[in-house]
Design a protein around this ligand. Structure first.
Ligand code: GDP
Ligand code: MG
Length: 164
């Protein structure tokens, strides 16, 4: 079967925007229990003849910081349990925050391959200097992307398929 790639990260970093940018036509929603954060969406993606299944996690907007943290743990756990490669998304506009470090710890312990992306780098000139702080997560080289402008996605996908 095809490799599975999961996208994890805090709410509003742009996971669903990336997912929709890459998704092919077949998108399916898997709901476990209504209102539970484990709902996830699958899509088939082809990149340079490599086919994989992508999972978007965290469809529900959390209402408090505690819920954000628990939802991120849940997402990271889904990714760790089911994915062959994990895209860990952060946001250059908000910078590196505690919740990012918590997820990075979980992912690192899992020993699964992680591709660290820094989203919302809509302009390299303007934001590139802010990308370097994400090296502090200790989970690899941060790859700058813009999901909404489709920038850097080729470099990101090259890193992803290198782990298949
Ligand atoms: P999710 O909660 O991680 O799934 O994030 P969404 O995909 O729902 O995006 C959250 C917000 O960030 C939306 O308003 C998006 O339009 C915006 N966004 C996503 N990607 C980018 C990007 O590359 N650049 C900018 N400037 N905004 C983005
Ligand atoms: Mg989303």
């Amino acid at each position: 079967s095809k490799p599975v790639v999961a996208i994890v990260g805090r709410p509003n970093v742009g996971k669903s925007t990336l997912f929709n940018a890459l998704a092919g036509e077949r998108i399916s929603i898997v709901k476990d229990t209504p209102g539970v954060t484990r709902d996830r969406i699958y899509a088939d993606v082809t990149w340079l003849k490599h086919e994989f299944t992508m999972i978007d996690t965290g469809g529900i907007e959390p209402e408090s910081k505690d819920i954000i943290i628990s939802q991120m743990r849940e997402q990271a756990q889904i990714a760790i349990d089911t994915a062959d490669v994990i895209i860990f998304m952060t946001d250059v506009r908000q910078g590196l925050v505690d919740a990012d470090a918590k997820v990075a710890d979980m992912l690192r312990r899992s020993k699964k391959p992680v591709v660290l992306v820094v989203n919302k780098v809509d302009s390299f000139e303007k934001y590139m200097a802010d990308v370097y702080e994400f090296y502090n997560l200790g989970i690899g080289d941060p790859i700058p992307i813009s999901s909404s402008s489709m920038l850097g996605l080729g470099d990101m996908l090259d890193q992803v398929i290198a782990h298949f």
